[in-house]
Design a protein around this ligand. Structure first.
Ligand code: SAM
Length: 327
């Protein structure tokens, strides 16, 4: 595996890039109703600037890139960015995390540009509940997006469900059944207690409890996914073509395996999703720093990557919203 080793012997080879802080949904657990204060267009990195930073990171062994946001597909011409990154020889894997609302429109051109695969966020299969959780979205659009992604071979398509106690936990079994009936690859994610002023911290629905809900469908066998070396643990139900993954950001931290850096839409390198330390790359980039100089800044930043976070021990996370830092 390529990459740069950090202080804690982790090999860093994965960069998640928030291409915009804007989103076409307002999911209740992610954003306040009125949205967030948006960055100005001048603050946001251009595609050329992002590509220069990816080249510098690639020179340090980063070979996996994920585009996220905000909602990456609301930024105009994002397929051009995919192509620019795909043209960097040593980048082996380009993926995207999206809410899928615009995928039916863009799946084919993203594939053509060099996107390998997508993760699609979907928390309910009920149209009315979808509208409540996202405050404005239509379930049908995301379902069409999933079909389009499969059709365009952006595979494996992974469906990410954030399980919220008392909101959608009654649908865990329906999502698990989709791995049998439709061959979906579903990943169940523990909701992280992110701060939203004035709101109660969410009550945790743990992976342990999710497994109990799936129990009636039969014994899950561990399964090795061919793509991704992330934090999910995968299984298959009897007779399922698709897989079930579990992600435990709250009850079982995976910081000792963390191989990621994050680039925010405004050009800050973030070393941990849940810690606020950031290194500004935009200013040096705009002052004409060479790839070699940017590489040195990124290498120094890797040396400062923290050992881990304390989510679950300290209660809720306070800091920049996920939509700005590429959750
Ligand atoms: N707009 C894109 C999407 O919806 O996939 C990308 C950005 S969104 C911030 C990335 C992922 O973070 C989504 O799967 C979302 O469900 C997840 N997320 C946001 N807030 C979360 C929280 N408090 N706990 C767990 N996952 C969360």
């Amino acid at each position: 595996m390529t990459g740069t080793c950090d202080t804690y012997q982790r090999t860093i080879n994965y960069l998640r890039i928030s291409v915009t802080d804007r989103c076409n949904l307002r999911c209740v657990y992610c954003m306040p109703d009125g949205g967030i204060k948006l960055m100005s267009h001048l603050d946001i990195l251009s595609y050329e600037e992002i590509t220069t930073l990816v080249k510098a990171a690639a020179a340090l062994g980063i070979d996996k890139v994920r585009l996220t946001g905000g909602e990456p597909l609301v930024r105009a011409g994002v397929s051009d960015l995919v192509k620019m990154i795909a043209d960097i020889d040593t980048i082996k894997d380009i993926s995207m995390t999206t809410n899928g609302m615009l995928l039916a429109k863009y799946a084919a051109e993203l594939k053509e540009a060099g996107l390998g695969r997508v993760n699609i966020s979907l928390d309910t299969l009920k149209p009315e509940r979808f509208r409540q959780i996202t405050r404005c979205g239509k379930l049908e659009d995301t379902l069409k997006g999933i079909d389009a992604a499969i059709e365009a071979d952006l595979t494996p398509v992974k469906i990410n469900m954030v399980v919220m106690a008392g909101v959608n936990d009654d649908e865990i079994i329906d999502f698990a059944k989709k791995t049998i009936t439709d061959g979906w690859n579903v990943r169940f994610i523990e909701q992280m207690p992110v701060s939203a002023p004035g709101e109660e911290a969410a009550k945790l629905f743990s992976v342990k409890d999710m497994k109990l809900r799936i129990d009636p469908l039969g014994k899950m066998e561990p399964f090795k996914m061919s793509t991704g070396n992330g934090p999910a643990k995968y299984y298959k139900l009897p007779g399922a073509a698709g897989t079930i993954g579990f992600i435990t950001p709250v009850t079982e931290h995976f910081c000792d395996q963390c191989n990621r850096l994050r680039l925010t839409a405004d050009g800050k390198l973030r070393l941990c999703l849940l810690q606020e330390d950031e290194i500004d790359l935009r200013e040096p980039l705009r002052s004409g720093a060479s790839i070699e100089e940017l590489k040195t800044l990124i290498k120094d930043a890797i040396g400062k990557k923290p050992k881990g976070h304390t989510l679950g021990e300290e209660g809720r996370h306070k800091g920049r919203p996920f939509s700005q830092v590429g959750g």
